[in-house]
Design a binder for this molecule. Structure first.
Ligand SMILES: Cc1ncc(COP(=O)(O)O)c(C=O)c1O
Length: 346
């Protein structure tokens, strides 16, 4: 594949995950892998290396294209979605290729300022929503409910990433096969952060079909902890997918640990955002538990002599830069010399 996109469908093809080489997968060095000596190998799957720079480029393209093929976009002038940023950004850009120019997004009130600017930069209309911390089923205060309601208006449509089967289907079709191929079928543990749960379900379906022994770990935010794109167990109530059926273990991860882990990955050249850090911390915690229960050794013996783990990195750190300075204390950052000379200070 020469990686050239041309002709009348160049942009549509460029956004199509099926028309790209495999996204990179990179093994963590021993400095980032506390179990390297136990013959555990950990690989980051860099979903942020897709054309739109985040994991959601994959399901967004699939959802929009399938809607177009079914005729669901006929007469539609605007998309409405609930999204922490990445989905709606990816959807809006895909939708323009399929004839829908306008996109509105309900965003959580905790959204970072940079992400809001990003949405505006790309011509997406943000609607800030104060999410209930403990929503009831079908809670009318949630952005998910409001986007669904608005999507019923005659000129609008709500792709509904929390219930649309083309979200997990996209990962089953494209991401899972890549991971299987890139690990030469030797993957033992897959660990992903849970937002809509599409990444976890799609990959789990494909990988477990290939190897039913493979373990699936889901990383969630610990209660009252914030990590963009990922949910707490309570907030998963708005998700309609049957994610529990696909998960073997759940890990709860805190905000600070997620941001520190993401910064450590990024400083080694693996550009990984906060939810990548969350997935890695969840994986490491899970491995620690296995080791404590003497299960790591048994698992290694029954696999290829080593344990191969993969965690997807949904995006990079740059859209969240201001947040790192909020959640990580100043001692982690080099001081700025001659700061008093700066013309533009925050
Ligand atoms: C940054 C980030 N991380 C993780 C996720 C979770 O992925 P999924 O929705 O497939 O569970 C998302 C989803 O929006 C995201 O934007």
């Amino acid at each position: 594949m020469n990686n050239v996109f041309k002709g009348p469908d160049a942009l549509k093809d460029y956004l199509n995950p099926g028309k790209h080489p495999n996204l990179p997968m990179v093994e963590l060095p021993a400095s980032l892998n506390p179990f390297a000596k136990d013959k555990v190998r950990i690989f980051a799957k860099l979903m942020g290396q897709s054309p739109l720079g985040n994991v959601k480029a994959v399901p967004a393209f699939n959802m929009i294209r399938e809607m177009f093929l079914r005729g669901d976009l006929e007469g539609v002038e605007r998309l409405v979605e609930n999204s922490s940023g990445n989905t709606v950004f990816s959807m809006a850009l895909a939708a323009r290729q399929f004839g829908v120019e306008r996109t509105q997004s309900y965003v959580p009130s905790e959204i970072s300022w940079n992400k809001l600017l990003m949405l505006q930069f790309f011509g997406i209309e943000p609607i800030v929503n104060q999410e209930p911390q403990n929503p009831v089923e079908n809670d009318p205060a949630t952005g998910v409910f409001k986007a669904r309601r608005d999507g019923n208006e005659p000129d609008a449509v709500n792709p509904g990433q929390y219930e649309n089967p083309d979200n997990p289907n996209a990962h089953e079709k494209w991401t899972g096969p890549q991971i299987w191929q890139q690990t030469e079928g030797k993957i033992d543990i897959f660990c992903a952060g849970l937002g809509t749960t599409g990444t976890l379900i799609g990959n789990a379906r494909f990988l477990k079909e290939k190897n039913p022994e493979l373990k699936i770990v889901g990383s969630l935010r610990a209660p009252d902890n914030y990590v963009p794109g990922v949910r707490t167990q309570d907030l998963l109530k708005v998700v309609d997918f049957d994610w529990r059926r696909h998960v073997d273990h759940i890990e709860f991860v805190k905000t600070k640990a997620s941001y520190i882990s993401s910064m450590a990955l990024s400083r080694r050249g693996i550009l990984a955002g906060p939810s990548s850090g969350l997935a890695l911390v969840g994986l490491v915690n899970h491995l620690r538990g296995l080791k404590k229960d003497n299960l790591l050794e048994a698992m290694r013996r029954s696999s290829s002599g080593e344990i191969i783990c993969v965690f997807p990195c949904p995006d990079g750190p740059v859209p969240y830069l201001d947040e790192y300075f909020k959640y990580i204390d100043a001692s982690h950052f080099p001081p700025i010399k001659n700061e008093e000379l700066l013309v533009n200070k925050p």
